[in-house]
Structures are given as C-alpha cells and as structure tokens.
Design a protein around this ligand. Structure first.
Ligand code: M7G
Length: 179
C-alpha cells in the first residue's frame, strides 16, 4: 500500500549547455512525476546522485503545477533562499539534497500552505548550490521558511534570499534579506 503525499511533485533536469544556440527551454526537461513516498524512494534510488551530475546541470523538484522558472505565475512574485558549498568543502551534498527533498515533500518547511514551491540543486564550476523557491516575498513567511531551511540543511551560516524580479529584471544580485 502506498503512502500518498500532500500533492504531486515533478522532478526536472537541466542538462549542461554544449553549444550556445541551445536555449534554457531546450535544456530544461521534466523527468518524472510522483505522488507517494514509495515512488519518491524508487526514483531517488535509481537516478544519479547530485555529486554525480555534470557541471552546469541542475535538478529541480517542484509541485506538479509549477514550472521551475521565474516566469511561472506561482514563482513570479517570489524568490529563493540560496546556499552554496565550495567543492573543496567537506559536505555530503547528496545527503543535503535528500534531506531538503524529504522536507519539501513532507511539507515541513512552511507554516502557510504552499509558501514553498520547490527546490533546486545546481552543480557549478566551483560550487554546489541548493535553492529553496518560495511563492512570495512576505517577510513573515520567509522568516519561518528560512529558519526551517537552515535547520534541514543543518547550517548556522547566514542564508541570503533573492527576489526573482531583482535577479532577472535588473540583473543585480542584491539579497532582499539575510537570515
Ligand atoms: P542560474 O542557473 O540561475 O544561475 O541561471 P547560474 O548558472 O549562475 O548558477 C543561469 C542561466 O539560465 C540564466 O542566466 C538564464 O539564462 C537561465 N535561466 C535560469 N533560470 C532559473 C531561468 C528561468 O527561470 N527562466 C529563464 N527564462 N531562464 C532561466
């Protein structure tokens, strides 16, 4: 018997850009959608771990009705908490990713229903990045989400929150808040 989740979730993959004609939309593809705890484990046990992904690739785990893009109406008014880990740092990134995914689908990252839209893992040249995407920039909601995010990824470091509108409209990466 399967244990249903609160909603359906879709895992997406962004493959690395190999030639510059490839657009964001050519690279970002849904992998699979699931709705139970058992399906989650089946999927996670059969795909590459974050540390095995090539540079410039991402995993995105989002509610089924939300594309992992700034442009989606459910993301447009929100933003993301960011945590980066230098590759040289001694961190078990696979464990961090698993923990944040479990917290996400277990709906323990928020007080307000659906404040959290999804999580992203990015492997970049010198860093692993974990981002938690929210629906709004409501400071009160963000405070709760940020605290829980830090608890789940087990860090006391300062975490920055960026609003998507700042990131893509102005190309200025100034955090809206730090927690
Ligand atoms: P990133 O992965 O957020 O940053 O975006 P990073 O590579 O510096 O870690 C890299 C590039 O991917 C951006 O400059 C955009 O061209 C594209 N891109 C990323 N995101 C999240 C989006 C998005 O939501 N929508 C669109 N249209 N392009 C995006």
């Amino acid at each position: 018997e399967k244990h249903p989740l609160n909603c359906r979730w879709t895992l997406w993959y962004t493959k690395p850009q190999v030639d510059e004609n490839e657009t964001w939309n050519d690279l970002l593809k849904p992998v699979i959608t699931f709705s139970s705890v058992e399906e989650f484990w089946g999927i996670f046990n059969s795909i590459p771990q974050p540390s095995e992904l090539p540079h410039k690739s991402d995993y995105h785990l989002f509610r089924e009705d939300i594309r992992p893009e700034w442009e989606d109406v459910k993301n447009a008014q929100g933003g993301k908490f960011n945590k980066s880990y230098n590759h040289k740092r001694d961190v078990d990134i696979n464990k961090v990713w698993l923990n944040i995914c479990l917290a996400l689908i277990g709906e323990v990252l928020q007080d307000n229903e659906d404040e959290v839209n999804g999580v992203v893992y990015s492997n970049r040249k010198h860093v692993y990045k974990i981002a938690l995407w929210t629906k709004s920039t409501d400071k009160k909601n963000l405070f709760t989400v940020g605290e829980k995010f830090k608890e789940v990824i087990d860090t006391d470091d300062l975490i920055e929150f960026y609003s998507h509108s700042d990131a893509y409209q102005k190309n200025i990466m100034k955090p809206l808040m730090m927690i």
